[in-house]
Design a protein around this ligand. Structure first.
Ligand code: ADP
Ligand code: MG
Length: 708
């Protein structure tokens, strides 16, 4: 194959209206003003937006764009777009390409079908999209053309957030200002901004498109609802980091190329543990951009898979028996002059500051573990959490032995003079030891692990937007940062107060710190003794949104109003129920229209064979016992399948009588899930007993092991 020899850096970011592009195309004072708006959360004037829009239009048209769209993230987990062409009448039947400041900054959409959790009635269904100038505009290309995409926030007429981005932006403002305040109390006046940085590692499966097209469960629900265990799963762990198959490699190369053009620093790719499972990690960036980029990564992966006859499955648990897919959210706070506040420092004050930020995180996680759990709750992630490959539903924090030891030493006043064999250096700030963070020490079973200079939150599901969990994380840490800073600002003895904070955190919040094996059964019991919540599913997790504690937190930091939280609660349950309902219906249909008829045909075939063989066998003094025995087993299984199916269908009928989201969600969890498991159990046995040629769907063997 002829390989195009060109520098990939030439193409990096070509589809982004980047800082470089803006600097080149905007008058200097306009560029400076825009930068100020972006960096200092300022207001975008009409004049400014006109000039920017005009430059943006020229750039987009030069790149072949014919349309623009406000690109936003409604609460259905996807990104939404509505394309408008630039074309406008110029008089005399002529056309011009038009794009104004108004079109850039504001869009009105009759988006009445997006979930609003009761925030909007359809008769007042106006929704507004407003330009988020902190995330760059970009071009989307496909075979049919090029569109300019404008990242936007999506609100109701009365300014309630109807999307993932608005609360995220509000939470960023909250945590960044609190983190800056804390830096200032340490006398650091050089720092102008503190930014939340996030790198989200993305796991996914790739399967053959032709096989996918033969399974309604994959098409309608994204996961297999049936399928017998293949002879080999992931026991040998031979897929993990294995040589990448050429067809997959071609997909990954194209995906990288596309993402680089979109300005995404796609960096790492490898085979994951489960067969047909892969991972991509970009280089971290500011959280708002990371969230937009993660949406683009998921979207682009799906699109590019199609070019290779593949389907990219982002579902958290597409297959039983093997690992599911998660998304690791690596999170840290960095100052504009390049300091990571979670990096233990060289000077005593840096160390103390580091400890204050650590205290803020530990306290936040302990106090709001229910909210953090909620931020990862979805019907599909429920199937994964607590599985042997994924963190349990209990939130705990892993700090590493060194950091734990520092807290212990300071809080218990023990005269430990060494940390992990290294000498503690007394810097003169009380008894503050030099803090080490051992980067090589990794605990892969912790849902929230300190990994040297960042926290890795591993509970998030592969298909989820990263916005919501970061909104929660930012909010809860902002709250404890504020409490810490308030105390330090008022303190007469700054060092003493800081050490008191360390001691209190150790005494009151360290129950959430755990460094053992998070996947073990003993941990569940231990966690219960410590009083840590173990919230197993979305229906139970959703309640965290309605507590007074949550309302106070989000209201104080102006991230969510009570109504918005309530809406999020409703939407969570509504989607939970709807998705399970679709699963149950899909399964019922697959059994009724495909499995049951196939089983019937096979039984008829066995009976026919027995009849055919009877006379012949009699001559040698035998009877068609084998066939008859098989027939009778099949008949028993067919009866069991029919019973399980009838029960499922009866309950599907019952579902229609339920009237509120909570009852529906609960019914799905308690009744439909069990029915589906019952159906699957019998069907999977039947699959192993039927001739492959008569089984109506591609099997796990084929789905997971056929890509060559
Ligand atoms: P792992 O060992 O889990 O594969 P890596 O150290 O390779 O983790 O990093 C995984 C992700 O974390 C990458 O997306 C990377 O860019 C991101 N990351 C690294 N440092 C930071 C940081 N300070 N803040 C946020 N994300 C970070
Ligand atoms: Mg990781």
């Amino acid at each position: 194959m002829e390989r195009e020899k060109k520098l990939h850096t030439d193409n990096f970011g070509v589809n982004v209206f980047s800082d470089k592009e803006m600097r080149a195309r905007l008058p200097k004072e306009v560029y400076d003003s825009l930068k100020k708006v972006v960096e200092e959360d300022g207001e975008l004037t009409k004049e400014l937006s006109e000039v920017v829009a005009s430059a943006m239009k020229d750039w987009a048209l030069e790149h072949g764009a014919t349309h623009y769209t406000h690109w936003f993230q409604p609460l259905n987990g996807f990104t939404a777009e509505k394309h408008e062409s630039f074309i406008a009448p110029a008089g005399g039947g002529e056309a011009v390409m038009e794009f104004s400041g108004k079109m850039l900054i504001k869009g009105e959409s009759d988006a009445s079908s997006f979930p609003s959790g009761g925030l909007r009635q359809t008769f007042e269904a106006r929704g507004y999209t407003t330009w988020d100038c902190t995330s760059p505009d970009f071009l989307k290309e496909d075979r049919t053309g090029v569109s300019l995409c404008i990242p936007t926030a999506f609100c109701s007429y009365t300014s309630e957030a109807l999307d993932e981005k608005t609360p995220l932006l509000r939470s960023i403002r909250a945590i960044e200002s609190e983190a800056l305040r804390l830096c200032r109390t340490f006398g650091d006046h050089k720092v102008k901004h503190v930014r939340v940085s996030v790198g989200a590692e993305q796991e996914y499966f790739l399967i053959d498109r032709e096989l996918y097209n033969k399974r309604n469960d994959l098409i309608f629900t994204g996961r297999t609802l049936l399928g017998a265990c293949p002879p080999k799963c992931q026991e040998l762990e031979d897929h993990y980091y294995g040589a990448i198959d050429e067809r997959i490699s071609a997909f990954m190369a194209e995906l990288d190329e596309e993402l680089w053009k979109l300005g995404v620093f796609s960096k790492t790719k490898h085979n994951e543990v489960a067969p047909a499972q892969y991972e991509l990690a970009p280089i971290y960036t500011t959280v708002n951009i990371a969230a937009d980029q993660n949406q683009l990564i998921m979207e682009t992966a799906k699109k590019v898979a199609g070019h290779h006859g593949l389907v990219c499955l982002l579902h958290e648990k597409p297959f039983a028996y093997i690992n599911g897919s998660g998304k690791h959210n690596n999170w840290s706070l960095c100052t504009d002059d390049g300091q990571n506040v979670f990096e233990p420092g060289e000077t005593p004050y840096d160390n103390l500051r580091f400890l204050m930020f650590m205290c803020a995180v530990i306290k936040a996680i302990d106090r709001h573990s229910d909210l953090l759990r909620m931020s990862t709750a979805s019907v599909s992630n429920d199937f994964r959490l607590g599985g042997y490959e994924a963190p349990p539903a209990i939130i705990s924090v892993y700090l590493g032995e060194d950091i734990e030891q520092v807290f212990r030493t300071l809080a218990e006043g023990e005269g430990a003079h060494t940390l992990s064999g290294r000498r503690i250096i007394d810097f003169g700030v009380g008894t503050l030891p030099k803090v080490y963070a051992d980067r090589s020490d990794r605990n892969r079973t912790s849902p929230f692990a300190f990994t040297g200079n960042k926290f890795e939150f591993r509970m998030l599901g592969s298909s989820m937007s990263i916005s919501w969990c970061n909104t929660v994380l930012n909010a809860i840490v902002a709250e404890s940062l504020k409490e810490i800073t308030d105390r330090l600002e008022k303190a007469e003895d700054f060092d003493r107060e800081a050490l008191d904070i360390v001691t209190e955190t150790y005494r009151n919040n360290f129950r959430v710190v755990f460094s053992g094996n998070g996947y073990s059964a003993e941990w569940e019991q231990e966690a219960e003794r410590r009083g840590l919540p173990n919230i197993r599913d979305t229906v139970d997790a959703a309640g965290a949104l309605l507590t007074d504690k949550a309302r106070r937190l989000f209201a104080e930091h102006r991230i969510y109003t009570g109504d918005e939280l309530r809406a999020r609660y409703e939407i969570t349950l509504e989607f939970y129920a709807k998705r399970l309902l679709i699963e149950a219906r899909t399964l019922a249909q697959m059994i009724r229209t495909e499995v049951a008829p196939a089983v019937g045909s096979y039984m008829a075939k066995l009976a026919q064979q027995a009849d055919l063989l009877r006379d012949q066998l009699r001559r040698v003094g035998m009877a068609p016992d084998v066939q008859m025995e098989k027939l009778s087993t099949m008949a028993e299984q067919a009866r069991a399948l029919h019973n399980a199916q009838t029960l499922l269908e009866k309950h599907l009928e019952e579902y229609t009588g339920l009237s509120n989201d909570y009852d529906r969600a609960k019914f799905c969890r308690d009744v439909l899930l069990a029915d589906m498991a019952g159906v699957r159990e019998v069907s999977d046995i039947l699959e192993t007993q039927m001739p492959r040629s008569m089984w109506p769907f591609p099997t796990y063997n084929e789905l997971l092991f056929s890509i060559r």
